[in-house]
Design a protein around this ligand. Sequence first.
Ligand code: ATR
Length: 264
Amino acid sequence: MKKYFVIGNPINHSLSPKLHNHWFKQNNINAVYEKIKLEENEVKNFINKIRNQEINGCNVTVPFKKTVIPFLNKLSPEAEQTQSVNTICFNNGELVGHNTDIVGFQKAINKLNYNAKNKKILILGAGGVVPSIIFALNKMEVSQIILSNRTYKKAENLKLQFNKINIVNWGEIPEFDIIINATSLGLNNETIDIETSNIGHGKLFYDVIYNPAETNFLKNGKKLGNQTENGKFMFVYQAFEAFKLWHNIEPSVNNQILNLLNDD
Ligand code: ATR
């Protein structure tokens, strides 16, 4: 039986096992997918288990998307440019790191029939998933990306990687077409302390969080008359792309799959 994992810390919240195990069943694949919490000093050993084929592949989540890179042989161009790996494959004797968060985000926006071209984007947060979102937004040819993070230094570090982004102080809300919450604020029902009175309506509020399905950030956006979307499809599509890489099969994305994620 083949074995797949998602590694991270914390990892309890991850719904990846549910999704992949469902797709295994649906496609008659003899495999199992589990989540495992690792400490940083355990990552290398774990990756080596993929090299010796004890394990067949893994997904990587916060905070290890960069940590895994030195232990791999090769990166896809997207993983290379974002320095972020969320999927590891073993191909022709080589460990290859991919980044499927990028396509995940792109597909999630496409699904809204929203054309992001020439749109002005405000990103809140500078954590693990932000390089992938910036990369995807650049591919979508947005006109401007403005980033705001509580810890300014982390925003500055991202600017070293993506020199076209602009940084504003935490709490400052410039004009935008799309605002993206990429912070972890909302996971436990917290509210982001931003001044919303000047935001108005007709914008897109996007939250990377999908559990809870509607964060206070999205609730507030909706109240002001804006379109809102949570991170569910980004999550499903990053898993879809990982599944495709490992099994060469496009798994189903339908209401049954979405309901799987609602059960928790
Ligand atoms: P990591 O930073 O380890 O990659 P993450 O969950 O991907 O973890 O990112 C957490 C994000 O949420 C960061 O942008 C963090 O801001 P800091 O860089 O200042 O830590 C943001 N965040 C978490 N708690 C926050 C809070 N109470 N107020 C504002 N931003 C917060």
